[in-house]
Design a binder for this molecule. Structure first.
Ligand code: SF4
Ligand code: SF4
Length: 386
């Protein structure tokens, strides 16, 4: 089969933040330096080469694109300052936009002003939509669901989740099709026999449990600041803290909803701090807020090579997560005040609007890597277990 050449590939990827890799002369120093390179995954030199010669399909079918953790070590060693680390980050943004059929991810990444406007308009839309159905503001206790009906938030949440699920599924299906063809992995090879199922279960555990939740290679191999910073300021911990916090909050929300359905506790009822689901939510919220605040500070300072280049979409995503976390804690505090502050109601409206927007935009921004990376790691683990 003849490979199609896209002559605009390199310039296209540069719109997603890549430095000018035309200076790269394929010496391979970056690949030799990268702590995550293995026999089954060689990068970044090969990825750069694909872009230079216009092999778009090869690039988008590479699981290696997602096994890089952006530590920046390769850029330190590049003799021509071609910034291979930044190229990998930009190529991942390009891949997110290419897997997305709506074109929204492309807009968010390549048109910063329009992307920011979309974010503002979406939040305003959600806020106005909910405000249109608002109820009274009790002054004795902060009755947030008396102000914005819980049923409305629930129904809106279902619609948002459905859109996100469909958009995410379409993106993952495109990626799986590409990776499956490129790596000669068929459905039969994944689930076609007992041996195949065993191998797939092992690969799934490796991708989700060991690498994604446990951050094994990030911790062990790609922790370039290991000797310079205490554990709580290392990149892997900030990344993990944000992810664990997010997953914990998701679990707390689902459990809280389950308790309400079972008639055990109505959503939003004040409970003591040691109440298990509240404790889970509080600890998770703190983890998320700590992780994302430190990531913002690191990006702002730009001292480390790994975060020196940020796109407007990266900032938008971090800002939305941070705003959701801070306003969530402020509302929790307001719930326990002796009388209901009026600001508590407006903050709640703002919090829900931003949270809805964050979820809705998730498949079109940096968050998408939380889905695409485990898929690539699954294919990588399958190759290793062969
Ligand atoms: S990016 Fe730099 S280190 Fe890597 S192959 Fe090109 S010139 Fe060599
Ligand atoms: S940024 Fe780090 S993990 Fe990514 S290719 Fe460079 S050295 Fe490897």
């Amino acid at each position: 089969m003849t490979a199609q050449v896209d002559v605009r590939l390199l310039s296209d990827i540069q719109r997603y933040g890549a430095a000018d890799v035309s200076a790269c002369f394929s010496c391979g120093t970056c690949t030799a330096t990268c702590p995550l390179v293995s026999e089954d995954a060689t990068f970044p030199r090969r990825m750069i080469r694909y872009a230079q010669v216009g092999l778009r399909d090869k690039l988008l079918s590479s699981k290696e694109l997602w096994t890089c953790y952006a530590c920046g070590e390769c850029s330190e060693s590049c003799p021509t300052q071609a910034e291979p680390s930044e190229f990998m980050a930009a190529a991942r943004r390009y891949a997110i936009a290419s897997y997305d059929r709506t074109g929204l991810a492309r807009l968010m990444y390549t048109r910063p002003i329009i992307g920011t406007l979309i974010a503002v308009i979406l939040a305003a839309f959600f806020a106005l939509f909910m405000y249109a159905a608002h109820g009274p503001q009790s002054t004795t206790s902060l009755d947030i669901f008396g102000f914005i009906p819980e049923a409305l938030i629930h129904d809106l949440g279902i619609v948002v989740m459905a859109v996100v699920f469909l958009a995410g599924l379409a993106g993952v299906a495109t990626m799986v099709r590409r990776l499956g063809t490129a790596n000669a992995v068929t459905l039969r090879a994944v689930v076609g026999s007992r041996a195949a199922l065993r191998r797939s279960a092992g690969a799934l555990w490796s991708a989700l449990g060991v690498e994604s939740l446990g951050q094994r290679r990030y911790r062990a191999d790609c922790d370039s600041d290991a000797s310079l910073a205490p554990w709580y300021r290392r990149r892997w911990f900030l990344h993990a803290s944000t992810m664990w916090g997010f997953l914990g909050l998701l679990a707390a929300t689902i459990i809280d909803y389950g308790l309400a359905l079972a008639g055990i506790k109505a959503t939003g009822t004040p409970v003591p701090i040691w109440y298990p689901v509240r404790l889970l939510g509080t600890v998770s919220g703190l983890l998320l807020l700590y992780g994302v605040s430190m990531l913002i500070v690191q990006r702002y300072r730009g001292v480390e090579r790994s975060v020196r280049h940020s796109t407007a979409a990266d900032w938008t995503f971090l800002a939305l997560v941070w705003i959701t976390g801070v306003t969530g804690f402020a509302i929790e505090l307001a719930l326990y005040l002796p009388s209901a502050p009026a600001w508590g109601y407006w903050l709640f409206l703002f919090h829900v609007a931003v949270a809805m927007e964050l979820v809705l935009l998730a498949p079109f921004m940096k968050f998408a890597h939380a889905v695409y990376r485990p898929v690539a790691l699954f294919f990588l683990a399958l190759a290793v277990h062969e």
